[in-house]
Design a protein around this ligand. Structure first.
Ligand code: PBG
Ligand code: ZN
Length: 328
């Protein structure tokens, strides 16, 4: 036995005023990235039924929403396009005058000091609802897809995105995007890669909101098997070698072990995505009066940070920033 005073640990916990120096993980609003759905149209925001409190914003109302987020202390947003015009190659995704490209330019013009991150994928733009283009046998054509992802990323960079975030889980997507950006002199544009994205059932509400449910099959041929751990580290390692500036684990809660070990294994900034299904479960229970919503959200986000994430993408960003601001 050491000669530590006997009740040392408990004593620290009991003195309320000391709680702050006895707290290893402090969640702050700056850790959070707010994902946002963008829709065509003017002056409209459409509520998402399965995600209470979340809306698809037309570009003008999007700019107002970002001002609100900024007032709350949020420093970064992640944009997702929701579009009903789709085709086999998702050609609207890389359209220079497309929805996201126009949204980025509008934000740059109307809002200052917000980091603009954009989702780079095909599933909201393809008739198949898959993240890649499909050949005659319904197989994903990986290599043609990564060329298209490079074009989408370039169109976002040209419009002014600070960070592009490929989420298609195609092999070589980070390298393809990095070389497209560099070849066109966008050396400054960062890549946040959805490196370890699992074939999870927690994306359900998001797919409803962005009408990106696969029309046949599933995403298991390109997203990770939920039973695997070491494969996640191979994916992250490959993305870092291809030039990713930030790597990501997704979803967050059922994959805290992956976040934790990734933080130990790699020196690249690590993001975690607290996804739509995780959000909706909290709101469903809160609506029933079964849980204390804000306390649960703080506990969830703190656990994600404690496990090792440097950045947390979360649909709770706005509501929890409001809560933190009014309770400090
Ligand atoms: C699509 C994409 C998905 C999410 C982000 N980008 C869904 C999917 O892969 O089916 C999920 C986000 C969420 O559920 O919050 N590439
Ligand atoms: Zn996708």
């Amino acid at each position: 036995m050491t000669n530590f005073p006997k009740n040392r640990l408990r004593r620290l916990r009991q003195i309320h005023e000391l709680n702050i120096i006895n707290t290893e993980t402090i969640l702050s609003i700056e850790d959070l990235i707010a994902p946002i759905f963008v829709r065509p149209g003017k002056n409209t925001s459409t509520p998402i039924k399965s995600m209470p409190g979340i809306y698809q914003f037309s570009i003008d109302s999007l700019c107002e929403e970002i001002e609100n987020l900024k007032t709350l202390g949020i420093k970064a947003i992640l944009l997702f396009g929701t579009l009903s015009e789709k085709d086999s190659t998702g050609s609207n995704a890389s359209n220079h005058n497309g929805l996201i490209q126009t949204a980025i330019r509008a934000i740059k013009q109307n809002v200052s000091d917000i980091a603009i991150i954009t989702d780079v994928c095909l599933c909201s733009y393809t008739t198949s609802g898959h993240c890649g283009i499909i050949d005659a046998k319904n197989f994903i054509n990986n290599d043609d897809t990564i060329k298209i992802l490079g074009e989408i990323a370039l169109s976002h960079a040209e419009a002014g995105a600070h960070v592009v975030a490929p989420s298609a889980m195609m092999d070589g997507q980070v390298g393809a995007i990095r070389s497209q950006l560099d070849d066109n002199n966008f050396h400054q544009t960062c890549i946040m890669s959805y490196s370890a994205k699992y074939a999870s059932s927690f994306y359900g509400p998001f797919r409803e909101a962005s009408s990106s449910t696969p029309q046949f099959g599933n995403r298991e041929s390109y997203q990770l098997n939920i039973a695997n751990k070491r494969e996640a580290f191979r994916e992250i390692d490959a993305d870092i070698k291809e030039g990713a500036d930030i790597v990501m684990v997704k979803p967050a809660l059922a994959f805290l072990d992956i976040i934790n070990k990734s933080h130990d294994l790699f020196n690249t900034p690590l993001a975690a995505f607290n996804v739509s299904g995780e959000y909706s479960m909290v709101h469903a229970a809160a609506q029933q009066g079964w849980i204390d919503k804000n306390k649960i959200i703080l506990e969830i986000l703190t656990s994600i940070k404690r496990s090792g994430a440097n950045l947390i993408i979360t649909w709770h960003a706005k509501e929890i920033a409001e809560f933190i601001q009014t309770n400090n």
